[in-house]
Design a protein around this ligand. Sequence first.
Ligand code: SAM
Length: 277
Amino acid sequence: MDDFDWAAMADLLELEGVTNSPSVRQALQELHDLTPRRVLDVGSGPGVAACLLATTFPQADVVAVDGTPELLARAEERAGRLGVRLRTAVAEFPEGLAGLPSADLVWSGQVVHHVGDQQGALNHLAGLLEPDGVLAIVEGGLPARWLPRDLGFGRPGLQARLDAAMAQWFTRMRAELPGSVAVVEDWPGMLRTAGLVQVRSKSFLVDHPAPLAEGPRRSVRRSLERQRELLDGLLEAEDAATLDRLLDPDDPVSVDRREDLFLLTAKTVHFGRRPAR
Ligand SMILES: C[S@@+](CC[C@H](N)C(=O)[O-])C[C@H]1O[C@@H](n2cnc3c(N)ncnc32)[C@H](O)[C@@H]1O
């Protein structure tokens, strides 16, 4: 695994998961013709998508799989609160996957890019499928937008520069992963290389307009705090100062108080099917 402290990110991951859940709901509508007996959510984190899977496929044995036991405990709490049937399994990607049962649907959201060998990871995920089973991975999509181009202070266009700095950070993060393998990140092509057929990609909008409700607003704050931390040293001083003002709860222009804060993003899901025997 990379050296992220995933357990410490539990609140952020759950908030982000809930905020992005409209995209998961839309993606699951694409799978309405499935009647899976078993569903695995690999890299489930705190289980937001896993609980949606359990709600969508109540007849299925749904298993949330993750390398971080603290996050699986959150997933169990969440499932208990929502009254859905969910099992959990601790497994490190990819070595631990061999011990998992096969499934008719394997879902994996924003996890593969945290594994050094992404093609190898997809091969392992595809290997978990029953004949005719479906793999759905969430990768790519669009960076989130949450503020107007001109904030009324600082240099306009902050988000475009944050995206560029995040792209730099991401490249470094990938290069430093254990066993990192450079690959053309052609997700549909990689699913085909993993032996899957009927491969297709579809993107789903997450659109929380201004003024933002409490949940998405907190999610924007947590994402910004994380970007501020990750991008330390990668931003111009003026942009770092602008971020500090946006994050200062006592500042009238902060994200906690702005009426113009919104959250618009798109998540891409790549689907592939294991050939029937
Ligand atoms: C970005 S989060 C995604 C969580 C969730 N799937 C979602 O879409 O919100 C990545 C998750 O993958 C897990 N993870 C990352 N690398 C892993 C590895 N090598 N083995 C097992 N789990 C891993 C982390 O613990 C974390 O829960």
